[in-house]
Design a protein around this ligand. Structure first.
Ligand SMILES: Nc1ncnc2c1ncn2[C@@H]1O[C@H](COP(=O)(O)OP(=O)(O)OP(=O)(O)O)[C@@H](O)[C@H]1O
Length: 963
């Protein structure tokens, strides 16, 4: 018991040990929902004596399934964890259909049509029927109908006389007929047919003792139905979810399912988790401010367990390419200011749509920063991988017309596209599969009417020979996947083909082939144990013989499912540090120390084509809550298509701006220490930070004016501006493009003002900005606090301003700051010693940022400033605030929090009274909570199996020892 409950908070324990049959655990991001679900599975096994093979755990992605299995393994050991049924809804449905599909008329060897297959089929039908529908839209519409449980026949029966609807109905019906003819099920069918099976044969799931579902807010209607049916014998159901993270409405996910569940089972128990273990308080405050704009949403409590940390940034930039350059320079600056404590892999760029990545890729590339894409080109989408899988599909299931048509002429066999189309039409007219037609032709049994020249005839014969040879090999050695691969690549001359066709990157492509071969080996090993497990799992319930699935069939089915998420780089165990670029959708459930969300403008987020603005807001919320320590949002004045933009309406709401800085943070060593605590890392010493900082061209985020205008350093007359150490070099000359920029003032800037350098001029601007900002904030703060003086004052920074304000100021000398010995630096509290902070009724003005107001000027080592920081005594409110946030300097005379209290002590009420001061000598060595685990990309990368395949993505050469 202890092991399972150790490190859980009270609410988490309540959920894990609850006796309720139907339990909903609802909680905000980073509050340990997945952790709780995992512990409940372990609790069921250890304390309720449930059999692991009678427990089903449904996750939203293959990756999440893998992670969860890994976590459960930690509790119950490898052997027991392996017996659980963990997978996506699709994966679980596939298992049941393989086992019992014949009861609903499924053949033994049905295949899974992945997204590309579906698209190709719809496209072909649209061409054949001369329909005017858009293929992509028609395919999505078919999927949407199926997600609602509407079949092609049902749709046809309700369709009106409307021509377009009848047209769609015909495409829908033909699509289903085509799938049936090829013995294929698409992703939606997996769920639908499984629902049909479990409705008509409930005995298939008579053994199920408990069902648990992760990310429940994103289940659709059919998944809800499937959940009911899987659990129908005992109705022991646990779901975890967060309505605020429902971002798949466009894919028919139904947030209403939470309510449906409560209606269906009136005794449903709901447990709310309220403590966030991922993000700094400042990030949570800002995210909360955004999500609370949805007034229909019930108010929720959310408590930060980390200190307040760095205020998030909302930055304006002139154009998308400048935004990308700024982002790149911030990555560089943050790494240097933190003494390289942050690796490139700690940074993620989260995009509303993948199409926004181009300027960012260009800028990172120009700066020599490696990056990887998630939600972009995935491993299973790579040409060479898809091609090999298609060959295997044909070998496994020759009636797979789509796969056959894709590879019959790859590498070239002189069988052109027109010929393939002709053969497909002919086969369809004759009611044959394409394979049956060409096999008959190659063996001289069938005459074809399609016009075939001699080279094409020979090509077809060669292709048939490859397939027949490999089928024979497979029949002789059904589990010999690796050998099959090896012979296949040899017979089609794959390596030479890649060299000729892709001279520039054939090595990378070949390494993908090697990767796939490595996966084949893993699948081969796995397949041998799979059968035992299935038999064990199902025998008590249904008592019939298990259907033996060949290693190749299992491999292909898994590949089709994994294609929806897996990316080589994600699963790559190598320590290559790369910035991650991902869509926000694909980033769900993940976390990074530093997150950028660029292109925060109307039309991008909320997206111009989105139907549900609230879902767009939730998407922004999901993106923001992926950040652990630092969060950057930005908005360029012009989009990648050079269209003028306006800031996202979510960020323009009253009061939002006070949760953000207008520029990237300045980082003192104390703040590096605080970051280190939040990230549970070793803090670099002052000297190391000083060295990396000194090497920076730009120590502050002050190159781009805060107004989003062009920096005047890029004026054509400013010869050699990039030679000035204060100005970053962005890899390509900007001055030429500047001349055409409409946002830039057209009159030349006179050189008669007597300035000596660009930096000096920035400092002038800074001083002005500081004064203005100070006055404004002080006014605001005293208004809010009855004249008690300024609170939550924004950090000042030099060199920021607009061109318009530039001419009014003179140059000012830069203050020199002295480095401080490390021993004099303030120390942040470790997370387990930190107070909780309820942010549900937050006033931004009461937030206290990391930088202590009374920090000695000497702490500002290596940071030139034009104006002294305002020193003042904290107010009583601030003292309490600092005490409760635990992010303040512990040398503060007025407010300190005892750090050696047990974690459970820190309720809000306790902390308001928290007395006592501690000295740094009394500070216990930092020790992360025992229960801590990470969901970071690195952790994901280190993980293993996916639905029966171990995704060790080491290159083949690195695995040479195996074979
Ligand atoms: N009681 C706890 N003590 C310490 N750390 C915890 C605790 N509960 C969860 N965490 C940590 O918080 C982080 C987030 O946990 P988890 O991924 O389970 O959250 P989640 O609610 O599923 O998040 P999301 O909804 O964003 O996917 C993890 O690093 C986890 O180890």
């Amino acid at each position: 018991m202890d092991g399972i409950l150790t490190g859980l908070n009270t609410a988490q324990r309540t959920a894990v040990t609850s006796e309720a049959s139907v339990l909903q655990v609802l909680a905000p991001p980073g509050s340990g929902k997945t952790k709780t679900l995992t512990a409940r599975v372990a609790y069921f096994i250890a304390h309720r004596q449930l059999k692991p093979w009678n427990i089903i755990v449904c996750t939203f992605t293959v990756k999440a399934a893998r992670e969860m299995q890994e976590r459960i393994r930690g509790f119950v050991g490898d052997e027991v964890a392996k017996k659980l049924k963990i997978g996506t809804f699709h994966g679980i449905a596939l298992r049941y259909l393989r086992q019992y599909g014949k009861h609903v008329g499924l053949g033994d060897n049905f295949g899974v049509a992945d997204t590309t297959d579906s698209k190709d089929i719809v496209k072909r039908i649209i061409v054949q029927t001369q329909s005017e529908l858009d293929p992509a839209a028609a395919r999505n519409r078919i999927s949407a109908q199926k997600s609602k449980g509407v079949s092609a026949e049902q749709f046809a029966s309700i369709v009106s006389k409307n021509v377009e609807q009848r047209d769609f109905s015909q495409v829908f019906s033909l699509y289903q007929a085509q799938l049936k003819a090829c013995n294929l099920l698409d992703y939606d069918d997996l769920l639908l047919v499984c629902v049909e099976l479990l409705r008509s044969h409930p005995e298939c799931v008579a053994n199920v003792e408990a069902l648990l579902v992760d990310e429940f807010q994103d289940t659709n209607g059919v998944q809800y139905e499937l959940m009911n049916l899987l659990a129908q014998r005992r109705n022991v159901i646990t779901i975890v979810g967060d309505p605020d993270q429902s971002i798949y409405g466009w894919r028919s996910a139904e947030i209403k399912n939470l309510g449906r569940m409560k209606e269906q089972w009136s005794d449903t128990l709901t447990v709310n988790l309220e403590e966030n273990y991922r993000s700094s308080g400042a990030i949570l405050h800002a995210a909360q401010k955004i999500i609370e704009q949805d007034e229909s949403r019930p108010p929720k409590k959310l408590q930060a367990t980390h200190g307040i940390g760095q205020r998030p940034v909302l930055r304006k930039l002139p154009q998308a390419r400048h935004e990308a350059d700024w982002l790149t320079s911030e990555v560089k600056r943050m790494r240097a200011l933190t003494g390289n404590m942050l690796e490139l892999s700690d940074f993620a760029v989260l995009l509303r749509s993948a199409a926004l990545s181009r300027p960012i890729e260009t800028s990172l590339g120009a700066a020599g920063m490696p990056y990887r894409m998630i939600g972009g080109m995935k491993f299973y989408d790579r040409v060479e991988v898809k091609m090999l899988l298609d060959y295997l599909r044909v070998i496994d299931q020759p009636s797979h017309n789509e796969a056959l048509a894709r590879v019959i002429n790859v590498p070239s066999r002189k069988v052109g596209d027109k010929t393939v189309e002709g053969l497909q039409r002919e086969a369809s007219n004759k009611g044959l599969s394409l394979w049956t037609l060409i096999l008959g032709f190659a063996q001289g049994r069938t005459k074809v009417t399609t016009n075939l020249n001699a080279p094409a005839q020979r090509g077809i014969e060669q292709f048939v020979n490859v397939v027949l040879t490999l089928q024979k090999k497979l029949a002789a050695e059904p589990s010999g996947l690796y050998e099959l691969f090896a012979q296949l690549q040899k017979m089609i001359g794959l390596q030479d083909y890649l060299k000729t066709k892709y001279p520039d990157d054939h090595e990378t492509r070949w390494s993908n082939v090697e990767e796939l071969m490595a996966l084949a080996i893993d699948a081969q090993v796995q397949a041998s144990t799979e059968l035992d497990r299935e038999q064990e799992a199902h025998a008590p319930a249904y008592g019939e013989e298990a259907v033996e699935e060949s290693a190749l069939t299992a491999f292909l089915a898994n590949a089709a499912l994994a294609a929806s998420i897996d990316e080589k780089a994600v699963a790559d165990g190598e320590k290559v540090h790369q910035v991650t670029i991902s869509t926000i959708h694909a980033a769900k459930g993940l976390e990074w120390p530093v997150v950028f969300i660029p292109a925060c403008y109307e039309g991008s987020i909320p997206h111009s084509r989105a139907e549900d603005n609230d879902e767009e807001r939730r998407l922004l919320y999901v993106g923001m809550t992926r950040a652990q320590a630092m969060l950057y949002l930005s908005c360029p004045g012009k989009s990648t298509r050079q269209e003028d933009t306006t800031m996202s309406s979510f960020l323009e709401q009253p009061g939002v701006s006070s949760f953000f800085e207008e520029h990237g943070p300045s980082i003192s060593h104390a703040e590096v220490q605080s970051l280190a605590v939040t990230l549970r890392r070793k803090c670099p010493d002052v000297a190391a930070t000083a060295t990396t900082t000194a090497a920076l061209d730009l120590q502050e985020d002050n190159y781009w004016p805060l107004t989003g205008e062009m920096p005047f350093t890029e004026a054509p007359w400013q010869e050699g501006a990039h030679q000035n150490p204060a100005v970053p070099v962005f890899g390509n000359a900007r001055s030429a493009s500047w001349a055409n920029d409409a946002t830039h003032p057209s009159e030349p800037i006179a050189s008669g003002f007597g300035f000596t350098s660009v930096r000096d001029r920035f400092q002038n601007l800074m001083e002005e900005q500081e004064e203005k900002q100070s006055l404004k904030l002080d006014r605001l703060a005293s208004k809010h606090q009855g004249g008690q003086g300024p609170k939550g004052k924004k950090r000042q920074i030099e060199g920021q301003g607009s061109i318009a304000t530039f001419f009014e100021k003179k140059a000012k000398t830069v203050e020199d700051a002295q480095p401080v010995p490390e021993s004099e630096l303030p120390v942040s509290l470790p997370p387990h010693a930190r107070p909780l902070r309820d942010i549900s009724n937050l006033n931004p003005k009461s937030m206290q940022w990391n930088k202590p107001p009374d920090k000695p000027a000497s702490l500002l080592a290596h940071k030139p400033r034009t104006a002294p920081l305002h020193k003042r005594q904290p107010t009583t409110c601030e003292a309490v605030s600092r005490a409760t946030h635990g992010s303040e300097s512990r040398t503060s005379p007025t407010a300190e929090v005892s750090i050696d209290r047990p974690r459970a002590y820190h309720t809000d009420a306790d902390l308001r009274l928290a007395p006592a001061s501690t000295t740094s000598a009394a500070l216990p060595p930092f020790k992360p909570p025992a229960s801590l685990h990470t969901t970071s990309m690195q952790a994901v990368a280190a993980r293993g199996p996916t639905l029966g395949m171990r995704r060790s993505m080491q290159g083949w050469s690195a695995r040479g020892g195996k074979r």
